[in-house]
Design a protein. Sequence first.
Length: 125
Amino acid sequence: MSDTQPTPSQEPPISTNPSERGNANLIYILYLVAFIVGVTSIVGVVMAYMAKGEAPDWLKSHYNNQINIFWKGLLYGLISCLLMVVLIGFVLIIVVLVWYIVRIVKGMQALSKGEPIDNPGSWAF
């Protein structure tokens, strides 16, 4: 019989500094609050740009995700508003809102587990 030691599973890189996670989580919350107070998403994207430079790689993926959510959500929203003239924009704005919420919730779930975002530059969900 051989004594094989089980190899420890790869644990996600959990931050030792709670303020790092808290800042990224606050940005996700600001994005959700933007449904009521639209300015909070602008505050959130500025915070993401400021914190991105000094963050560890796994957390940097969250900041990149947040920046992408802001700019792509703005683009999708503008296109939807323009297409409201031909009525398809009303359906597209609902799709944009669902996309926005799903991306934020997925980001918050990954952040709470200490995992990076798989593909922060994705245009889809």
